[in-house]
Design a protein around this ligand. Structure first.
Ligand SMILES: Nc1ncnc2c1ncn2[C@@H]1O[C@H](COP(=O)(O)OP(=O)(O)OP(=O)(O)O)[C@@H](O)[C@H]1O
Length: 589
């Protein structure tokens, strides 16, 4: 499908339901256009009547009644046009705002249903570009261009019809330059489109880069990379400037070009009118009236062309935005397994059976992994960085699906369990705990909004964070926000653990974050983890072996293979890979 067609289909989808409003706008635009088209006719008539009256002054008769009534018709028709345009503008603004609102809402809801793979492979800043840059372009174009497109097209067609009705010869003089205009416009528009498309892509790249650099500001400062960061920014910024300049250069060329051609056209029209008078094809008065009317027609004929070209870049940017949004709508969604088995708890346990997995085709990460965790037991997954620990979590929670083998809950493949019940039964404490804007209480209640205040306190106590929260001036009502974060990494993780305790999941995945916290917080996290794990079926992804010594089973992963399994004592006795991992780590404690 061509890209413009894809964008147009996207717009049809969102504007279809506002068809009544669109019809009203079209109707009012036609009235407004009609008045503009008829206006010159009355003006021409006024001049003709005035000329006729003037020639009769010498005969002592001065009858200006026809002239005055022609003037009144002209004023009336222009006034009607302005009122119609104003109402159309209001109606259109309303449904444009509603339609872009729908687009924004659907885009956001789509994000909630999309595969994690999409977010893992697209920069946050690029995704944000869809919300600001692309949707803004669409709104601006719709608000400013839609009315123009309707009214100017009608004006264009109306002018042609009127001109031919008034005088065919003069009409031919007026439209004579049209083929030339069309050819020039097509050539320039093609060029402009290429760069306007590129402009949006480059803005998206720039947003991606800025977002990434802002998130990594501390790393940049600590490594003294500010200059390099600005240098790279210049590179992205220059790309935007170049694409913007070329896009605007080509689309901007059309306007002055058409202005120039419209002047040429005026000369042709006046010359044509004079020729009609000189060759006695029409009387002086009629000829002058025709010249005045067609000078005006020449303007109304050219106005749509110049107006449409002046908003061309706006329209093209909206089409690019529509295409980019339509592309997101096309992306695959999570399989909700609507008719699958509803998981209502765990009776036997969770298993990974001969699991093979690759994020990218041809680059396998897990090579036939078997892990088994019985109900109520805790299994720790350890291994060097990049060995595939987080990947296992991604598969159990169905962020990704296995390529071969299966992950089962009580023997049922996760792909046969309704996604909702799976996620309801699986709780995850991520390494990077996220807090949302709101109070601390809101954050703890995130997974269970109907929890009582007492339940929140009990969960916070279990997670070892109650004392800290109580020590804050506003306690549980303390506002949390991106700009106002009073929490350390460890405290954030404790709040995240409290959140998980409150949801009371059957199966727990804990990606421990004890590696970058102080020893006091580490001890607190350890206690909180022990509390949340107690009696619960769980996977613990461990970075520090000290924290998992009491696990029922330790699975050692290396390069995507399980190379050892057993409890701590068994693995130490074995004097294998775990033994060397453990002794190495203890040497640094
Ligand atoms: N979204 C992704 N796309 C492509 N490759 C990925 C993706 N996520 C992880 N990988 C690759 O998969 C491999 C395993 O990564 P994983 O995050 O599971 O390791 P890990 O054992 O959890 O590491 P760490 O201890 O550092 O957290 C790595 O080689 C990594 O580069």
């Amino acid at each position: 499908m061509s890209e413009n067609k894809m964008a147009l289909q996207y717009f049809v989808k969102y504007f279809r339901k506002y068809w009544k409003g669109i019809l009203v706008v079209i109707f009012l635009s036609l009235i407004s256009t009609l008045s503009q088209v008829i206006g010159p006719l009355f003006l021409g008539n006024a001049v003709r009547d005035l000329t006729n009256a003037a020639t009769k002054i010498g005969q002592g008769k001065l009858d200006l009644n026809y002239f005055y009534s022609a003037l009144a018709y002209m004023a009336g028709s222009y006034a009607l046009g302005i009122i119609a345009m104003f109402i159309a503008w209001m109606v259109m603004s309303k449904f444009n705002a509603d339609a872009t609102n729908d687009m924004r809402e659907n885009l956001f809801s789509k994000f909630q249903r999309m595969l994690i793979r999409y977010f893992d492979t697209h920069q946050d800043g690029k995704l944000l570009s869809l919300f600001n840059s692309d949707l803004d372009n669409i709104f601006n174009a719709m608000n400013n261009a839609m009315f123009e497109v309707i009214s100017q097209s009608a004006l264009f067609i109306g002018s042609i019809i009127m001109m031919f009705m008034v005088n065919a010869k003069m009409a031919i003089f007026t439209v004579a330059t049209t083929p030339l205009i069309i050819v020039i416009s097509i050539i320039i528009m093609k060029k402009a489109r290429k760069y306007l498309d590129a402009q949006q892509d480059k803005i998206s790249d720039l947003n991606g880069y800025v977002n990434e650099q802002i998130n990594g500001q501390k790393v940049i400062i600590t490594n003294g990379l500010q200059k390099e960061s600005v240098q790279n920014f210049r590179h992205y910024n220059n790309d935007v400037r170049n694409a913007m300049f070329k896009g605007q250069f080509y689309s901007g060329m059309l306007f002055p070009l058409l202005q120039g051609l419209s002047l040429l056209n005026l000369a042709i029209v006046i010359g044509g009118g004079a020729w009609l008078i000189v060759t006695n094809q029409v009387s002086h008065a009629v000829g002058l009236g025709l010249i005045v009317a067609f000078v005006e027609y020449s303007q109304t004929y050219f106005q749509p062309l110049t107006q449409l070209t002046s908003i061309y870049s706006m329209i093209q940017l909206a089409l690019t935005g529509g295409r980019r949004l339509a592309n997101v709508e096309k992306q695959g969604e999570e399989d909700t397994v609507a008719n699958g088995k509803v998981l209502t708890g765990i009776k036997d346990g969770v298993k990974l059976e001969n699991v093979h997995f690759s994020y990218v085709p041809g680059k396998e990460i897990l090579h036939g992994v078997n892990i088994e965790v019985d109900k109520g037991k805790s299994v720790a997954v350890v291994g060097p960085t990049g060995s595939g620990k987080t990947t296992i979590m991604n598969l159990v929670n169905r962020f990704y699906d296995v390529n071969k083998g299966k992950v089962t809950f009580d023997g049922v493949d996760v792909r046969d369990i309704t996604l909702e019940s799976l996620r309801n039964n699986v709780g995850i404490v991520l390494q990077d705990s996220v807090l949302f804007t709101g109070t601390i209480e809101d954050n703890i209640k995130y997974g269970k909004p109907d929890a009582s205040h007492d339940q929140v306190i009990a969960a916070a106590k279990e997670a070892n964070i109650h004392d800290f929260i109580s020590s804050l001036p506003d306690g549980y009502n303390t506002q949390v926000s991106e700009e106002n974060s009073v929490f350390s990494t460890g405290q954030k993780q404790l709040i995240s653990i409290a959140r998980t305790i409150l949801t009371d999941p059957e199966f727990l995945i804990l990606d421990e974050a004890t590696s970058n916290v102080d020893t006091v917080t580490e001890a607190k996290i350890q206690k909180a983890m022990d509390a949340v794990i107690a009696g619960r079926t769980s996977f613990v992804i461990a970075h520090r072996l000290k924290t998992i010594l009491n696990s029922d089973k330790i699975v050692v992963l290396k390069d995507g293979n399980v190379i050892e399994q057993g409890n701590h004592d068994e693995l130490i006795k074995k004097r294998g890979f775990y033994y060397s991992l453990y002794t190495n780590q203890m040497a640094f404690e």
